[in-house]
Write a protein that binds this ligand. Structure first.
Ligand SMILES: *Cc1c(COP(=O)(O)O)cnc(C)c1O
Length: 221
């Protein structure tokens, strides 16, 4: 099952787009099935679950945190996390920098921009995003590397709306990069696209898709 699902998805993803296998709420056994197909990048959205899986699964897995991160839990994942996708406040960014400094690590982060037409989704609004980018470039957080942006489209059947939202994220990314709001050659990633909308996201310039259900099946909460 997982093997067939992955084969189909891999056919639709260009080589330069990274696949993050979203394994939240799925057991280690399912992760190992994907691992045995060659997958090494997995995404989790709960700190405790991520730490537990990190401790028990092979150490060459690259763990991405894709959920809403609380500041008091930053220290638990900073020692090993490869990329934090959903940074959505300056305070969180400072906390990650502080905890990473304690252990002499540089932690990769993506800034999450609110692009959906829904109040419930997390993320910076546009003014905050530019303010944080400015702060990053000027204060030079030493233990953080902002690798790019992340966004989640509205949960809708309207593919034109989804496309427009992804185009907006790409446009803001280009502006931050090309107009030197973020002066960092590592600022290269646009994390957008999930099970239902990843083909659109890839069309619109995604470099990283986060896919769960289409690989592992439905989650039982
Ligand atoms: C759960 C989750 C995903 C994966 O969603 P699917 O629809 O199962 O592919 C992607 N991104 C984030 C931020 C998530 O929380």
């Amino acid at each position: 099952m997982i093997k067939d699902n992955l084969a189909k998805i891999r056919e639709r993803i260009p080589r330069n787009v990274e696949l993050v296998c979203v394994s939240k709420f799925h057991p280690n056994q399912s992760i190992m099935e994907a691992y045995d197909c060659g997958e090494r990048v997995f995404g989790e959205s709960k700190v405790q679950e991520l730490v537990g899986k990190y401790e028990t699964l092979p150490k060459d897995i690259s763990w991405h945190f894709i959920g809403h991160l609380q500041r008091n839990k930053v220290k638990n994942i900073v020692p090993f996390v490869e990329l934090i996708h959903g940074v959505d406040s300056a305070r969180l960014l400072r906390e990650i920098d502080k905890e990473a400094a304690k252990i002499n690590r540089v932690v990769n982060c993506l800034l999450q921009l609110h692009i959906a037409d829904e109040v419930s989704k997390f993320g910076f609004d546009i003014e905050e995003l530019y303010a944080v980018s400015h702060e990053y470039t000027n204060l030079k957080y030493k233990n953080i590397c902002i690798r790019g942006l992340m966004g989640m489209a509205t949960f809708t059947q309207d593919s034109d709306q989804i496309r427009t939202e992804f185009q907006y994220l790409k446009k803001i990314f280009d502006d931050l990069k090309n107009n030197h709001y973020i002066e960092d050659s590592n600022f290269t990633e646009i994390s957008m696209g999930m099970s239902d909308d990843y083909p659109i996201a890839i069309d619109e310039g995604s470099t990283m898709v986060r896919i769960g259900t289409t690989i592992f099946g439905h989650r039982e909460y």
